[in-house]
Design a protein around this ligand. Sequence first.
Ligand SMILES: *Cc1c(COP(=O)(O)O)cnc(C)c1O
Length: 369
Amino acid sequence: MRNVPFFNYPHLFKSHEEDFVRIFKDIGNRGAYILQKDLRDFEENLAKFAGTKYAVGLANGTDAIWIALMAAGIGQGDEVIFASHTYIATAASIHFVGAKPIAADCREDHMLDPKSVRKLITSKTRAILPTQVNGRCCDMDEIMKIAREFDLVVLEDAAQGLGAKFKGNGVGTFDKGGTISFYPAKNLGSFGDAGGFVTNDKDMYEKVMLYRDHGRNDDGVFVMWGFNSRLDNLQAAILDFKLSFYSSEIDRRREIAQMYQDRLGHLPQLHLPPAPNSNPDYFDVYQNYEVEAERRDELKQYLKDNGVGTLIQWSGQPVHSITSLGFSGTGLPYTERMFERCLMIPMNTALTNEDVAYVSDLIIKFYSK
Ligand SMILES: *Cc1c(COP(=O)(O)O)cnc(C)c1O
């Protein structure tokens, strides 16, 4: 039996151990911990990679969302439409700026459904907050069309989407910007909590920069209320190093997605994510490989018994099902059906081709029984 963990955390360090130790020594010897050159370098390289004019390092991906919402002027009395198929952090950020989170349905590709968004618009709607989930970008043509029609702000929760593109444009480029997470298991993972914001909007950039460092400008003058959500310089140095080969990691993820597609695409019991080259409008970076599966719980157990780790995203709860937080619990049929069937199988750069073949063969064997 092979052991294929869902995510191999030690691999994160071991994959480039010597480089990480070198970086740590360098930072330590320079005593460069907060708001130093390594952070500025990373921000410059992150903006370059994202294809945006600006990038800001922040303490984590959740801070990034609510800081960006505040910077966009969203607050008390506003409604913000988001996809129920997202992490609670998306909705919580809307809640904590004083606005009301309105959950929308997703489509077959598991992305925010523009048709559902349209139905939820009221006179209070101020913004759409699509999640670029599982390393795929939403249909931003449709979402921007709605935004223009109703004069709404669009902010992207791109925690899972760094590098994903729609019609050649990367996440964060469509309107007010995109928020990124560098949580260890994210595509570009750090050694702890870390996040960022990418944007082409100068006003958003300047406000986010102020919020993250106590409202203090470059001259040390306090020009507005702010707090501390700075990205540690050490994390920035590590991320800057990892960003230098991030493209090749995306290539590897796409290769693994294609292998799953080739091996499992014929199974009628599975609904796979779109294959890497199946639609030229999309460039996916496969943060996750989330399938819909018949007899999902049995399959999960079977894989576990055979050494393979899987995960049901977000504890198996779409946000709108969390009634303790005031959500209705119903009304989003695709999302509800999907959460009875969804399962994420291993997708990360620690996987060998043999691991992918092993996982695939097990799934084939499970459905042949
Ligand atoms: C990971 C994640 C976040 C939160 O990021 P943190 O860095 O853990 O705060 C927000 N939204 C989505 C969709 C995520 O996947």
